[in-house]
Design a protein. Sequence first.
Length: 249
Amino acid sequence: MTNGGDSPARLAAETLDLLRSHADEVKAASYQRWFKEPVNYFGLDSKTVKRIKQDIYTKVEEVWTIRDAVLFCNMMIQDPHMEARGIGYQVVAHFVSTAETDLLAETRHWLEEACGNWGLVDNLAPSVIAPLIELHPHLISEVVSWVSSPNLWLRRGAVVTFVPLVGKGADYQAAAYRIAGLLFGDTEDLIHKAVGWLLREAGKTDPDRLRAFLLDNGPEIPRTTVRYAIERFPKVERKHLLVETRGKT
């Protein structure tokens, strides 16, 4: 796009000023209850954030490219607040249908350096990385490899990426179960929960496969993962699976 107008730099600065103008310290403090780690919020409500995002889309969707969206995001994530970073990721998501494979390296950097909590990971991974993989399926193996990283947010990003994909084909199902198996020994509760969420979604498509997976691997699976994974089974079957899997505490 041409310089001036709604350039990424100018729009990022304007958006950050707007977010600051809506800041609410009381609301910001109340959002901390959802997180173990300290988080920064301006304190905007979801309707206000949604309106700001929509206004951005309206301004730029006919003139920006995916690279403009990435530039905007990289400016927004320099601010530590959840709303700023989340809007940056969502603007990239708005343009992701035109992205090339090089975006994956950018998203990995964001997960490692500009998330810092599950909320931003769960904003970024399903809305940007998942559709990027749909466009470029050969990236599946690279994202699966992230589960070996020492970085908690990269590992969770790998898991959550496949939540919206796992019902869309055999390759995604295979990746989901591979990820689950590789993370049995993870010590982080946020990973146990994410893997359980992924398995629960996998079970919507093929409950028999999920049931067999849990029964075959039960003693190795963290208990939290099992409990999340079986939430959609009937109550009687949930009780049976909890006994038969005898997962870790």
